[in-house]
Design a protein around this ligand. Structure first.
Ligand SMILES: Cc1ncc(CN)c(N)n1
Length: 231
């Protein structure tokens, strides 16, 4: 329960992005992945950028741990961090191997500006705020992928068996991923249980910003980085 009227904080966050999340489901990168028609070069670019993104994302858990004041919270945060490292091992590394992305290529790759802007924003909120603020900044990343994969598989069950991208959908509908995501939501609901309306509005604003960053990320990878003036 959260806020004065007893509504969970996650419900308020979800309501805030109700108009935005369906845009993910219509995004050409997502729909073409589900149909299996997405150009492999676009997916390759995405995998590399997303790998760099997740490498920064996991470090934000470490920044939040600095603010934690009991072992239970530290255990929870380090568990979520380790599960996210598991996401790269489950989804990214096998794909990257198949796509011929070498360690040298990873070493030389630079995150696109939209990619860095997103991770820098989350890190800034995590450093400026408390544990709850940091977790809300990380939540859209986790929750929106669980939503996208589940909704797309409902609409297009064949997405799961497609030779090129089936493993992407399987990774994000997996029990393991959904469990890690649900644990994050539950923790946010616990920590947000006594938040007042002003705090809730501020957290909803952070969540919406991250939601928009994820939309830009889909745009950026669909355009293979040619959507801006990044060198
Ligand atoms: C950009 C982005 N957003 C979300 C996720 C899902 N953790 C991800 N891998 N990459």
């Amino acid at each position: 329960m959260s806020g004065e009227n007893g509504e969970k904080l996650s419900r308020r966050l979800y309501e805030r992005v109700q108009e935005l999340w369906p845009q993910y489901l219509r995004h050409p990168f997502v729909t073409q992945m589900a149909e299996g028609t997405l150009q492999v070069e676009k997916f390759r670019y995405y995998m590399l950028q997303d790998y760099l993104y997740l490498r920064d994302y996991v470090k934000i858990f470490a920044a939040i741990i600095q603010k934690a004041d009991d072992f239970e919270q530290i255990r929870f945060l380090s568990g979520e961090m380790s599960d996210t490292i598991g996401e790269t091992a489950r989804t990214h590394l096998p794909f990257m191997k198949r796509l011929g992305i070498t360690e040298e290529e990873i070493r030389l790759a630079r995150p696109h500006m939209d990619n860095s802007a997103y991770s820098h924003y989350m890190l800034w909120e995590a450093q400026a705020g408390d544990v709850l603020t940091g977790l809300v900044a990380l939540l859209n990343c986790s929750w929106s992928y669980a939503y996208v994969a589940e909704e797309m598989v409902k609409r297009c069950p064949d997405a799961l068996c497609h030779e090129n991208y089936g493993a992407w959908f399987a990774g994000y509908v997996s029990e393991e991923y959904q469990k890690t995501n649900q644990a994050l939501i539950d923790q946010i609901d616990r920590l947000g249980a006594s938040a007042d309306e002003e705090r809730i509005q501020r957290l909803c604003g952070i969540f919406e910003t991250c939601c928009r960053f994820d939309l830009r990320f889909w745009d950026m990878v669909y355009a293979m980085g040619e959507n801006g003036d990044d060198p």
